[in-house]
Each structure stands twice: as structure tokens, then as C-alpha cells.
Design a protein around this ligand. Structure first.
Ligand code: S6P
Ligand code: ZN
Length: 193
């Protein structure tokens, strides 16, 4: 097995801004990058005419895509809603399904929704929350607050990202605003979040 011999290194993380310094990759996701993922198509179209809002950014420090290596990154999820549905990430399974991930909340409030063949999970996240995404679980984060929701993540560099399953099959639960409070709505019935 090919393994790059790495030198130890350190990075700086601004908890409030979610900035990793230096970062080697910055991904920006606007609404136009995730059209069709929110339930309310009319609200999506209205938000697009308002200027294609920035939904989230990912900052990452890349390492070789090899078994044994770990990637560190941050996600800065902006506050907002499309219809009654809070801004969220696209969500994905890892291509290597048997790889896990750890999230650490740095700022704001959100939910980490997950789904696997046998069920769903919805965890609250805020500054200081450590959340574990086990192998085989698709994961998506949602900003349920009025501030930025910022979190740090560590995952295996060779995990890969499978977005297609969520893009085509959707997520089995949504996080929506009900009278100013976040509710997780799996399929048709609402459950108090
Ligand atoms: C990577 C990890 C996160 C997400 C990020 C954006 O495995 O789960 O860094 O990439 O939160 O979400 P998504 O679904 O667009 O990759
Ligand atoms: Zn992941």
C-alpha cells in the first residue's frame, strides 16, 4: 500500500469565523448548487431571483487521499430559510461506507440529521458539542439559529463523498421552522425537535 511519509504540522483555527489558516481548499455552496434539495420549489425560485444566496462554505486542509490519513475542515453554515426549511448542507454518504467522522460545534446552533438503512437520527449541536457520525450513516447539518453555525470535522482522507444518493433519493427527514421553533419532520408526520 502506497503511503506518503508526512511531516508533522499545525494549523490555526478561528473558532468564531471557522477559518482554518492555512486552508488549501475552500468550497462555496450557493442555492444554485443545490436546487431541488429544499422541499418548497417556489421558495427556492423566489430566493434565486433575490440573488442566489450563499448557503455554506467549507474550508479544508488537504492531505494525501490515502488510508490512514485524516482530513480536517470547517463548515460555516449561514442562517436563513427556504420557505420553512432552514439552510442546510447537501448531505452525503461516504463513498467508503465503513468510515466514520467526528464533528465539533464551534459557534451557533444547529442539527445534525443522519439516516441509515435502519433509521434516522437528529442531534442538537452547539458550541462544544462533539457529535459522532458512525460508519454507514448519511449526514447533513442544518442551521436552526439566527447566527452562523460553525463546526469542525475530522474524517478519513480516503472516505470519499457520495452526493448522488441524497440528490436523487432525498433525505428522509427535514428540519423546518414551526412557530419559531425547529421541528424535525420525517416523511409526513412532525416530531417535536
Ligand atoms: C465531510 C464532512 C463535512 C461536509 C460539509 C459540507 O465528510 O461531512 O466537512 O463536507 O459539512 O457538507 P456536504 O454535504 O456539502 O459535503
Ligand atoms: Zn462526511
Amino acid at each position: 500500500m502506497k503511503q506518503t511519509l508526512m511531516e508533522p504540522f499545525s494549523l490555526t483555527l478561528d473558532f468564531a469565523a471557522g477559518r482554518i489558516e492555512p486552508a488549501t481548499t475552500r468550497i462555496e455552496r450557493r442555492l444554485s448548487d443545490m436546487l431541488g434539495m429544499f422541499a418548497d420549489a417556489a421558495a427556492e425560485a423566489a430566493a434565486m431571483t433575490d440573488g442566489d444566496p450563499l448557503i455554506y462554505e467549507v474550508l479544508q486542509y488537504d492531505v494525501p487521499n490515502e488510508t490512514g490519513q485524516l482530513v480536517v475542515c470547517t463548515t460555516v453554515l449561514h442562517p436563513g430559510r427556504i420557505g420553512d426549511e432552514y439552510y442546510m448542507t447537501k448531505g452525503h454518504y461516504h463513498e467508503k461506507l465503513d468510515t466514520a467522522e467526528v464533528y465539533l460545534g464551534l459557534r451557533g446552533h444547529g442539527k445534525l440529521v443522519m439516516q441509515a438503512d435502519h433509521g434516522f437520527s437528529g442531534l442538537d449541536m452547539h458550541s462544544g458539542t462533539i457529535a459522532y457520525v458512525p460508519p454507514y450513516w448519511a449526514h447533513r447539518t442544518v442551521n436552526t439559529g439566527s447566527d452562523l453555525f460553525v463546526f469542525f470535522a475530522v474524517y478519513p482522507a480516503d472516505a470519499g463523498h457520495n452526493y448522488g444518493a441524497i440528490e436523487h433519493g432525498g433525505f428522509g427527514q427535514r428540519v423546518v421552522d414551526r412557530d419559531g421553533r425547529p421541528m424535525i419532520v420525517p416523511s409526513n408526520k412532525g416530531v417535536e425537535a
